[in-house]
Design a protein around this ligand. Sequence first.
Ligand code: HEC
Ligand code: HEC
Length: 337
Amino acid sequence: MSAWRLLVLAVGLAVLGLGGWWWSRDAPPPPLSAAAYMPVATDLPVTPIPTSLKLDARKVALGKRLFHDKRLSRDDSTSCASCHRLDFAGHDMRPVAVGIDGQMGSLNSPTVFNAGFNFRQFWDGRAATLEEQAEGPVHNPLEMASNWHEVLIKLRRDRAMITEFERIWADGITPAHIQEAIAEFERSLITPDAPFDRYLRGDNQALNAGAKEGWRLFRDLGCIACHQGVNLGGNLYSSLGVMGDYFADRGKSIQKSDLGRFNVTGLESDKHVFKVPGLRNVVKTGPYFHDGSMATLDLAVETMARYQLGVRLSREQLSNLLAFLESLNGLYQGKPI
Ligand code: HEC
Ligand code: HEC
C-alpha cells in the first residue's frame, strides 16, 4: 500500500472515531443513579434464572431426540413433546392432558421449561428428580401406555440410536440412560433474561411502573410466601384453599387427582396439598391449576388472592399483578418461548 493510501486510511479512521465520539456525546446513555445498578434487595426469597448451566452437550442432544421420539409410547403415536410442545411454551394448551388413544387424563400438563429448578416433579411431588419423573409417562396407561421392555426392543433395532448411546455409555441403551439423557435435555430448557431477572440483577428500567407495583403487591399481599425461589414456585408444597373451600365452590365432584400429596403420603393433612407451581412464562402456559379449571390468568390470579390469601383484588391491583407476571417471560436460546 502506498504512503498516500495509508494517509487516507488513517484520516478516514480518525474521522470515524471522532464521529463515534460526537455521536456518543449527542446521545449519551440514560443517566444511571448509583442505586440503578445495585441489587434491588438481597434478602428476597427469589433469584434470577442463571444465564447458562454446565451440562453434558452429548446427553442434551440425545435427550432432545428421545423427548421427541414416539417409540416411547405403545403404538408409536405419542412423544413427550406431544404434551410438552416446545413451540407451545412446553405444554399442550389443554385443560387436561390427552394421551394415547385420545384418553383424557385428569391433570393439566405443566410446562417443562425451567422444570429442572423444581425441588420435586409432578403436581403431587411424587418424583424426586427429572430422571425419576421421565419413567412416569412411559408407563402411565393414560399417557404413553408402554414399558421399558417394549421401548428397549424398539430402540435396540435402531443402529443409529445404538451408536449414539454407545458414544456416551459403554453399556449402550438402558432405561437408566434414557432417563438420564431426557433429564439432561430438560435441564437445558431454561428461560433466562426475563425483564424481572434483569430488574433483580439491578436494571431498574427493566420493569414498567405497573410491573413494579405488581411486584410490590406480590410481596405485600403474600403471594411470595408460596411462590418463591428461582421459579417463583416449585420449591414447596401448599394446600389449595387456605382461606376458602376451593373444591366445594368449584362445583365438580372431587377426583383422586384433586387429593394431591395425599395420594403419596396417605396423610389426612396432605389432602389438596400440591407442589406450588412455578410462575415463569405463566402468561403463556394457560389454562391453569392442577385441574386446568382456570381458563385465563386473570381468573387464576383472582382465585389465588381469594382462596389462598382471603383478599378480593381491585381491578387496578389485578392489572398490576398481571403486568408483573408478564415480566416473567424469559428467553429460550435467546428467543421468547
Ligand atoms: C399425555 C400427555 C403427556 C405425555 C405424553 C408426557 N407428559 Fe409430562 N406431564 C403430563 C401431565 C398431565 C403432567 C402432570 C402429571 C402429574 O402431576 O401427575 C406431566 C408432568 C411432567 C413433568 C413435571 C413438571 C412439574 O412441574 O412438576 C415433567 C418434567 C414432564 N411431565 C416431562 C415429561 C417427559 C420427559 C415425557 C416423556 C417421557 C412426558 N412428560 C410425557 C402430560 C404428559
Ligand atoms: C398459600 C400458598 C399460595 C399463595 C399465598 C399463593 N399461591 Fe398461587 N398457587 C399456589 C398453589 C398450591 C397453586 C396450584 C393450584 C392447583 O394445584 O390447582 C398455585 C397456582 C397459581 C397459579 C397458576 C399456575 C399454573 O401454572 O397453573 C398462579 C398464576 C398463581 N398461583 C399466582 C398467585 C398469585 C398472583 C398470588 C398472590 C395474589 C398467589 N398465587 C398466592 C399456592 C399459593
